[in-house]
Ligand binder design. Structure first.
Ligand SMILES: [Zn+2]
Length: 420
């Protein structure tokens, strides 16, 4: 598979750091952003690279040459005038592979591309797959709304009204198909990938979102530049790659994140516990994955549908997002073993392997995200959480009155002691 890196844009917002070099050549801990990208691609055997250059492009060409010093084959396309985030693709169409990666040249990432490519290839007939992730300000971000099997069903622009939404932001890594370029014929030479191609796709054009908790950050502002530099130095960027064993804090939901309000059968009943969002935000910043593991027998009992449960979870994500917090995934058990209640759904009335105190959901999460359970925590307010954590080989934590906030404080104390 070929990779196209868009390195032609001018860096306007970050000029206080670098004025006379193209944005992808901005040094981070002594190396240009583009070099980190190429190293990561090389590690993933994605060594056939086309770089789109523009203004000051000669600096990029001189640095990387034909790529042989970097273990890659690099060719260039030079824009004589800016063609937007996708205009150049039409110029180099003949040189592209049927599926190709498209990467913005100003983001730092460390990603296991084999997972991303596998996800794309298992979505039969996909025209494009976009890597997505949660961010700390979903309320004013453009979001992707997805349906069954992670297919994109709606684009929420920054200014669009929104109520309860999944925290799902385009991360800047795309797998596109050459066929897409044949179907969409832009009106001018200057083409914006989102506006002029992806959003113009007919309803049967399939775009998928690939959620990943790996490190992918853009370098849009001086603040982010400082953060990304610190994350490279601390090893956080590399550690989040899913080919590396991950650490997680598994979180029970009811009584841990949201108040016990009887059974939560509709979104109105979901209310966060004070301090829970801040605690989860701290977990997000430690490099631990934050993954919800919750029993939801309300499905088996017929008190809530899967669609309603999805709205409840979107409300939870929306409320967490207001405090800059997010969860990396949600695993729920819809089952319940006891039969014989009015309105119940027999297909869910089974003695399953996922309902806590069984560790099934934790094992599913560990499999999906390559998690080292011995380095992970299962946190909850109930004995079943403790039992599930123990059975999975995690450190179980039964919350006291200090709640999730108290646990996170202890976790940080231990970490800072361990670092001394
Ligand atoms: Zn279950």
């Amino acid at each position: 598979m070929k990779t196209v890196i868009m390195a032609g844009g001018k860096g306007t917002r970050i000029t206080s750091i670098a004025q006379d070099i193209p944005k992808p050549m901005i040094p981070l801990c002594g190396k240009p952003i583009l070099e980190y990208q190429i190293e990561c691609l090389k590690k993933n055997h994605l060594t056939d690279i086309i770089i789109i250059v523009g203004h000051l492009g000669h600096i990029i060409k001189e640095y990387f040459g034909d790529g042989s010093n970097f273990g890659c084959a690099i060719s260039y396309y030079t824009e004589t005038e800016p063609l937007g985030t996708a205009g150049a693709l039409y110029k180099i169409k003949e040189n592209l592979s049927d599926d190709f990666l498209l990467i913005h040249g100003d983001i730092i990432f460390d990603v296991d591309f084999s997972r991303f490519i596998e996800f794309h290839r298992t979505r039969k007939g996909a025209w494009a797959t976009l890597a997505v992730h949660p961010n700390s300000h979903p309320y004013d971000s453009a979001l992707l709304v997805t349906g069954t099997d992670n297919r994109v069903i709606q684009w929420l622009n920054k200014e669009d009204p929104r109520q309860y939404y999944k925290n799902q932001v385009n991360a800047g890594l795309h797998i596109l198909t050459k066929a897409l370029l044949s179907v969409i014929k832009p009106l001018s030479e200057k083409v914006d990938l989102d506006r002029d191609i992806l959003k113009q796709l007919p309803a049967d054009g399939k775009i998928y979102a690939y959620p990943t908790p790996e490190y992918i950050k853009d370098m849009g502002t001086p603040d982010r530049y400082a953060q990304v530099s610190a994350d490279i130095e601390s090893g956080m960027v590399r550690r989040r790659n899913l080919s590396v064993k991950q650490k997680a804090v598994f979180l029970d939901r009811d009584g841990t994140i949201n108040k016990l309000n009887g059974f939560i059968t509709k979104p109105e009943l979901l209310e966060l516990i004070p301090g829970a969002a801040e605690a989860i935000r701290k977990i997000n910043n430690t490099g631990y994955l934050a993954i919800v593991i919750t029993n939801q027998p309300v499905i088996a009992r017929g008190e809530t549908s899967l669609e309603e449960l999805d709205v409840i979870h979107r409300k939870m994500e929306t409320e967490l997002g207001k405090s800059g917090a997010y969860v990396d995934d949600i695993f729920f058990c819809p089952h319940h073993p006891d039969k014989g209640f009015p309105g119940e759904r027999p297909e869910y009335k089974i003695d399953c392997e996922c309902r806590k105190p069984k560790p099934g959901m934790i094992f599913q999460a560990a499999e999906k995200y390559n998690i080292d359970l011995a380095q992970s925590y299962m946190v909850g307010d109930d004995g079943r959480d403790v039992e599930a954590g123990l059975a999975a080989g995690c450190t179980p934590v039964l919350l006291n009155n200090a709640g999730l906030a108290g646990f996170v404080e202890t976790l940080f104390e231990e970490k800072s002691k361990a670092n001394v």
